[in-house]
Design a protein around this ligand. Structure first.
Ligand code: SAM
Ligand code: DTB
Ligand code: SF4
Length: 327
């Protein structure tokens, strides 16, 4: 890249509290030499966060498999023949025991995931109990239950929910190639309901699904341009699941993942950027590069929802080697 185009990108003000990012501006970030991009992202990171502190959330799948939706990456869709079996909603005592164990290991937030298009009202009542009990342990609470109907977000807020995870997942233009049973606008509608109810928004996406760099830049711009950017932005690397349409998708260059983290950090300076799915396949050096590029949150615990995550001992050793602390 020419020095002049680097200067053009660097002249963009990052100090304004809310600004809009065009897709071309985000693409220009992606197009920077990697060292320039990481340097810039690390500068934004240091202006807004302690660069040596990483937030840790533990995930639990409280309702696994049998989902009506056709998300091409997902092990839990009833439409694909995967190894994931359909299970019922987990009993409250098991959820509370898992949350206590996560707290004892040092997680600050407990995220409960359900393989639903959205919760039925009687299912939601049971999740509300889970939220109340986990909150009472002194942990931050998060749920990801799919699309919400009117009034459901308010009930979650009243139960003490801190965060609702609902990813835009990919660029609006590419969405229909990966998911046909619901739309990008449906996802935005739920994000509006969560925001209006006063719950913190956790929303990010998956990369490595065959989307273009422009699609990735557009996803980041869509997230950054929400009326209020999400407080938490998970960036997932596709975990290929045998039996799903994306099982044999070519692997993306890992540096493209790092670039996505950096673009999220620069465009959403005050958000927690989470290095999410795909960590198990990453070496410690690549994870360190992601932290340098501005990731400051991760999933902590041996499992994500249906797939593995680095074990706690490996993560604890990584934190010690990097001199980072958990928050
Ligand atoms: N059903 C709800 C929904 O779709 O929002 C909640 C659970 S869903 C499994 C939560 C998120 O997990 C998805 O939005 C997607 O970003 C991520 N995810 C699912 N399968 C994945 C995979 N194979 N690789 C990476 N991320 C994945
Ligand atoms: C998010 O963005 N990633 C998490 C969480 N939110 C719910 C889920 C990752 C799932 C990875 C595949 C699996 O374990 O099934
Ligand atoms: Fe269902 Fe969520 Fe998986 Fe899509 S990502 S199939 S909505 S569990």
């Amino acid at each position: 890249m020419q020095a002049s185009s680097v200067a053009a990108v660097q002249s963009v003000s990052e100090s304004a509290p809310v600004r809009r990012w065009s897709v071309d501006e985000v693409l220009a970030l992606y197009d920077l030499p990697l060292m320039d991009l990481i340097w810039r992202a690390q500068g934004v990171h240091r202006d807004n966060f302690d660069p040596n502190a990483i937030q840790r959330s533990t995930l639990l799948s409280v309702k696994t498999g049998g989902c009506s939706e056709d998300c091409s990456y997902c092990s839990q869709s009833a439409r694909y023949d995967t190894d994931t079996e359909r299970e019922r909603l987990m009993p409250l005592d098991q959820v509370v025991a898992a949350a206590k164990a996560a707290k004892d290991k040092g997680a600050s937030r407990f995220c409960m995931g359900a393989a639903w298009k959205g919760p039925k009202d009687n299912d939601l009542d049971r999740v509300l109990d889970m939220v109340r009990e986990v909150k009472a342990l002194g942990m931050q609470t998060c749920v990801t239950l799919g699309m919400l109907k009117d009034g459901q977000a308010e009930k979650l807020k009243d139960a003490g929910l801190d965060y609702y995870n609902h990813n835009l997942d990919t660029d609006k233009e590419f969405y229909g190639q990966v998911i046909k049973t619901h739309t990008h606008d449906d996802r935005l509608d739920t994000l509006d309901q969560v925001r209006d109810a006063g719950i913190n928004v956790c929303s990010g996406g998956i990369i490595g699904m065959g989307e273009s760099r422009k699609n990735r830049a557009a996803l980041i711009a869509q997230l950054a341009n929400l009326p209020t950017p999400p407080e938490s932005v998970p960036i997932n690397n596709l975990v290929p699941i045998p039996g799903t349409p994306l099982a044999d998708n070519p692997r993306l260059d890992p540096f493209e993942f790092v670039r996505t983290i950096a673009a999220a950090r620069i465009t959403m300076p005050k958000s927690w950027v989470r290095l999410s799915a795909g960590r198990q396949e990453m070496g410690d050096e690549l994870q360190a590069l992601c932290f340098l590029a501005g990731a400051n949150s991760m999933f902590y615990g041996d499992f994500l929802l249906t797939t593995g995550n680095p074990d706690i001992e490996r993560d604890d050793a990584l934190f010690a080697r990097l001199g980072v602390k958990a928050v």
